[in-house]
Write a new protein. Sequence first.
Length: 133
Amino acid sequence: MELKGKKKKLGLKRFFNSFHYSIEGLKYAYLNEQSMLIHLVVTILVIIFGIVFHITTTQWLLCVTMFGFVMGAELLNTAIEAVVDMAMPDIHPLAKIAKDTASAAVFVLSLMAFIVGAVIFFPHFYDVLKQLF
């Protein structure tokens, strides 16, 4: 595929540079987006509870999948916001729609992750509470 009359460079250096750029994107998101920090804290808590409650391999796979969905959506939301802000620095109704719907995607996936987590962890918390009272 050609871009602007130039052929994309291929090779090992480009391959490793792509990892560098991805890490830069993650670093930016974690340093500048409050939501990414919240997702990270929740992820750490889920990992701790998963270890404590000895969740099954299938439950771990569901948790890891939801981590990826939510954080991936948050990264896409951040990218969409940056592009919209660059293309339309002034307030515009279509810019608002783009930013709000990208944010809504993160919200929907976060809600789904919460439901998955509740289904996995509620029985464990219930058992603990039952033993305490």
